[in-house]
Design a protein around this ligand. Structure first.
Ligand code: SF4
Length: 963
């Protein structure tokens, strides 16, 4: 918005104070051309944001009293948003008189978000004031899933769960205890807890989220995520709607736009005209799954036209190993490397890319040249999107990184760095050793390369009797709704021989919590402790999520022992819960668990939450010195500002870090690949006679050629390849009405299944129709609003059509956010967003769901609940999807083959049917594609492949009877 001269009326109104003066000189400066300013200067322009020295006593006029000028005094306490993984800074404005949080704004001190938030940040106020929130611990009565609950004390919950865990550990049933996390953001905390118990009990949602792309990146350079330096880039390529809704999207979005304002060009691959595509210089509506073909065509152009970075390829890829392994007839000289690559990818002409993707050949050529010209300043991102949706989706990230390698942009200014270079990792007190257990329920031998736990298959493993979950925690995790095949989850949850005890840790009711034994209310962004550090740009920061009322109480001189004392009801925070639970599992310390959770300062006593964070913050580089300057402890500094910038943003090319004399002492150099080894570990690589750190791969370089893929029985994928997806056109029968459904796209205003308690967000987005191009709609005679039956491999759902030019012809799409439900017997929750549904099973695997009523206004303390005008809660599509585990990466391949038809008479909007027998058959079909462990030397997983909670290295080997 530019500066507008005030009108005559505005001038008078401002002068007499009827409206605030928005036309002061400084506002003109602020609204000027921002391109001339640096990041720091832009951040400083938040001159109308309260400066931190005034945060304890900030005065604003009460907007509700307008036009009267009624002053309100606030305490402002920083925290971190919990509504996506970006962890943007928030500040809570707490009414000093009432100690009630009145609103949330951004935190300009936060180096990642720099004061800016998306709609979901300020909507935290809706979540903490939601009339349907769970305020006390609950225990089910009656059968699981019947909907009857008793309020209990925290003591009862803790003692019951602790006793069951204690028994399982003492009986050596460690693998029957699992913690399954939906939304993370608990840096190293749960490693501390679960490894402290000695269990291999971590399960995550990553295999339905991002593990495909992670696998592709990891194969190349041992890091599993990209950190693009958008604001310094010359060319940005996004494979997704990243600008509006991807990973770290608000912090990235700001920097993408900054990059554009400085002249960068932006290209987006997406079959849907997303907001991101609409902001791009080039929209490439690729056919789903064809992205790698386009990327390889671009790679070929860069190679053939000599646009590659020769020095980078020569020094930092394992080309000699490639030539020796796959072209042993050729001399090992660099020219032969380039020639061999050109030969490998001959098939990938621009015309072939056009045939596969539908993107014009000349566009492919034009963009390839722009990428080549951008050189090191080529930033790119592929997180979920194509990587998370296709059989072989990991190949998309691998081919994308190929371009980053060809241009030498890996870790360069304006290029794409590994995520870990821009991330702080905390050191916890009394750290436990890695667990000496390997849990086959999470990492089964069929998936030795799976990048994360095979969580989507857990109900099928239970169904076929591979094991049980005696104590199972779902933490901000809602697989019944979010995962494919939710009815199989429901069947297993209702069987107490499969899930012995299910405790749902959640801030809000969800479809999975309905099938728990304990529902334990956990704090939202402003009600809990946590630390975050994410790769939002070429710098490193740490942020502190804290319970703001507890911090306000501390500033006001009140002692608080547990966070639930200041939270609403008895909503607790997880940190204190887990410490308390760990202590109760091992009350006398005889199991060796308790010692990890003792105070570092008071031997033998339980650690307090402040001690835990002080211990971590003391070890943040630079923080002790900065805090001392203000006369604060490290913890007090973080409580005051909520964030600390560890490094400003010159962390480029870290692979070139020279090893020190001390590091090199006692090391040896491998005569073949010049990898430097010390005490059995690879520590670096010789580059042009210099000892450098390199990358954490076997060659310490980017691995164009992967011996790992060869060793683990996938030699056909030794180098980057285009894998045809399960929904490739060859696999669809168009004559039967088969189409590809893109079911993954996010709406920028919603949060998977966690925004049903945020009225502002649901008001903005509350339907998930099928996006359909006019040509496709005409074929069936559909108009916007018509009902459509979407037949999947295991059932169907009935949705409405939205006819739009924004969809690629031949492809349909449906946002995965909407279609939340509750049954009549369930506790009322998320009424802003949930349909009331009826669910019936035939006892033979057939399940029907139909909508009894949509969203309705309701009576509550929030007057807005009577003003609900939207009725349509959308349709739950994921539950009609079968599991599609990629046989290599383990990623669930989200795209669906669907048969589109008009519903029959009597079939209604929201009707769903699923046959879980069919879903189990499809599970078996996909399992049959795997190539199980062991790999070389009896390994169950490559030794250089980390895991989220990496166990002891001894567990990486299978014993003879397992093989
Ligand atoms: S991008 Fe939005 S939802 Fe995500 S952390 Fe930032 S403000 Fe919160």
């Amino acid at each position: 918005m530019g500066y507008k001269k005030p009108s005559f009326i505005e001038n008078i109104a401002e002068k007499i104070g009827l409206i605030p003066n928005l036309h002061k000189e400084k506002y003109q400066e602020f609204d000027g051309d921002m391109r001339q300013f640096t990041d720091e200067e832009v951040a400083q322009m938040y001159e109308n944001f309260p400066p931190p020295e005034k945060w304890d006593n900030w005065v604003e006029y009460d907007p509700k009293a307008w036009p009267k000028k009624v002053k309100k005094t606030y305490q402002i306490v920083p925290t971190t948003c919990f509504n996506c993984e970006s962890a943007c800074g928030l500040t809570a404005f707490i009414d000093k008189e009432t100690q009630v949080v009145k609103k949330f704004e951004g935190n300009p001190q936060h180096p990642g978000s720099r004061g800016r938030n998306c709609a979901k940040g300020p909507a935290t106020i809706n979540q903490i004031t939601d009339p349907d929130r769970i305020l006390f611990p609950l225990k089910r009565k009656g059968k699981r899933g019947e909907g009857e609950w008793d309020r209990i004390t925290w003591d009862e919950a803790l003692d019951t769960i602790a006793a069951r865990i204690r028994k399982a550990i003492k009986e050596d049933r460690h693998n029957e205890i699992a913690y399954h996390v939906g939304r993370p953001g608990h840096e190293k905390f749960m490693n501390w807890i679960l490894q402290g118990w000695g269990i291999d009990g971590h399960n995550s949602h990553t295999n339905i989220c991002s593990s495909g792309a992670r696998f592709g990146y990891n194969l190349w350079y041992g890091y599993d995520r990209p950190s693009p330096d958008h604001s310094n880039a010359k060319f940005i390529l996004l494979i997704s709607a990243h600008l509006e809704s991807g990973h770290y999207f608000n912090p990235h979005a700001q920097r993408i736009i900054e990059g554009k304002m400085k002249g960068a060009k932006l290209a987006t691959m997406d079959p849907r005209l997303s907001n991101t595509a609409s902001m791009s210089d080039y929209w490439m509506p690729t056919y789903p799954g064809s992205e790698a073909a386009v990327l390889l065509a671009m790679a070929l152009i860069i190679l053939e036209e000599g646009l590659y970075n020769r020095a980078y390829l020569e020094n930092w890829t394992n080309w000699q190993e490639y030539l020796k392994a796959l072209h042993s007839d050729k001399e090992v000289i660099f020219e032969n490397y380039i020639a061999a690559m050109i030969e490998e990818y001959q098939e990938f002409t621009p015309e072939y890319a056009e045939k596969e993707s539908g993107v014009k050949a000349e566009t492919v050529v034009e963009i390839a040249r722009l990428i080549g010209e951008a050189g090191e300043r080529f930033a790119s991102h592929n997180w979920r999107a194509a990587g998370a949706s296709n059989l072989g989706g990991w190949g998309v990230a691998r081919c994308l990184h190929f371009l980053t390698v060809l241009t030498g942009a890996v870790g360069a200014k304006g290029g794409t760095s590994p995520n870990s270079w821009n991330k702080f990792s905390p050191t916890v007190p009394n750290p436990p050793k890695p667990q000496k257990k390997w849990n086959e329920m999470h990492f089964p031998k069929e998936y030795p390369l799976a990048f994360f736990e095979m969580s989507q298959l857990l109900p099928h493993f239970l169904k076929e009797g591979r094991g049980k979950m005696d104590v199972y925690f779902s933490r901000v995790f809602n697989p019944v709704w979010t995962y494919p095949d939710g009815f199989t989850w429901m069947e297993m949850f209702q069987d107490e021989s499969k899930f012995g005890l299910h405790a749902a840790l959640t801030p809000t009711w969800n479809e999975t919590a309905f099938f728990a034994d304990f529902v334990l209310p956990m704090g939202l962004a402003s009600e809990r402790h946590d630390i975050n550090s994410y790769a939002t740009h070429g710098g490193t920061w740490v942020a502190f999520r804290q319970p703001v009322l507890r911090e306000a109480a501390r500033r006001n001189g009140k002692d608080v022992e547990f966070t639930y004392e200041t939270n609403p009801g008895e909503v607790w925070e997880e940190d204190e819960f887990w410490i308390e639970l760990s202590w109760r599992i091992d009350p006398d310390g005889s199991m060796g668990i308790r010692k990890h959770f003792e105070s570092p300062n008071r031997p033998g006593e339980k650690i307090k939450i402040g001690e835990y964070y002080q211990y971590i913050f003391e070890r943040v580089p630079g923080l002790p010195k900065t805090a001392k300057k203000e006369g604060l402890t490290e913890l007090e500094y973080m409580q005051k500002y909520g964030t600390f910038e560890i490094e400003k943003g010159e962390s480029y090319k870290k692979n070139e870090t020279l090893l020190t004399k001390e590091e090199l002492e006692g090391s040896v150099i491998d005569p073949i690949n010049e990898v430097i080894r010390k005490s059995g570990k690879d520590i670096g690589v010789m580059i042009n006679g210099k000892a450098m750190l390199g990358f954490p791969t076997p060659s310490r370089k980017n691995e164009f050629y992967s011996q790992t893929m060869v060793d683990w029985k996938w030699p056909e994928y030794a180098i980057p390849k285009y894998l045809k997806s399960h929904i490739h056109n060859d696999n669809l029968d168009k004559s039967k009405g088969e189409y590809v459904l893109v079911p993954t796209f996010r709406l920028p205003t919603l949060i998977h299944s966690r925004s049903g308690n945020a009225k502002w967000l649901v008001e903005i987005s509350n339907r998930n129709p099928i996006w359909m191009h006019p040509e496709d709609a005409a074929k069936w005679g559909f108009k916007t609003g018509d009902l459509v039956k979407m037949n999947t491999d295991i059932g169907y759902f009935i949705d409405k059509v939205w006819v739009t030019q924004g969809m690629k012809p031949g492809v349909v799409a449906c946002s995965h956010h909407i279609g939340r439900w509750r049954r009549p017997q369930d506790k009322t929750g998320n009424r802003w967003a949930t349909n009331t549904v009826n669910i019936e099973g035939d006892g033979k695997g057939g399940w029907k769901m139909n909508t009894i009523s949509g969203i309705k206004p309701f009576e509550s303390d929030d007057k807005d609940s009577k003003r609900i005008f939207w009725k349509d809660g959308g349709v739950h599509q994921n539950i009609t999807h079968a599991v599609h585990p990629d046989p290599i990466s383990g990623m669930h391949c989200w795209h669906q083959r669907v048969r589109i038809e008009k519903p029959a008479a009597g079939e209604n909007y929201g009707d769903i049917f699923v046959d879980t027998n069919k879903s189990h058959e499809i599970y078996k079909e996909w399992m049959a594609m795997t190539r199980p462990a062991p790999g070389p030397n009896g390994e169950r997983r490559p030794l250089w492949f980390k895991r989220a909670f990496t166990p002891d290295i001894s567990t990486y080997y299978m014993d003879k009877k397992e093989e």
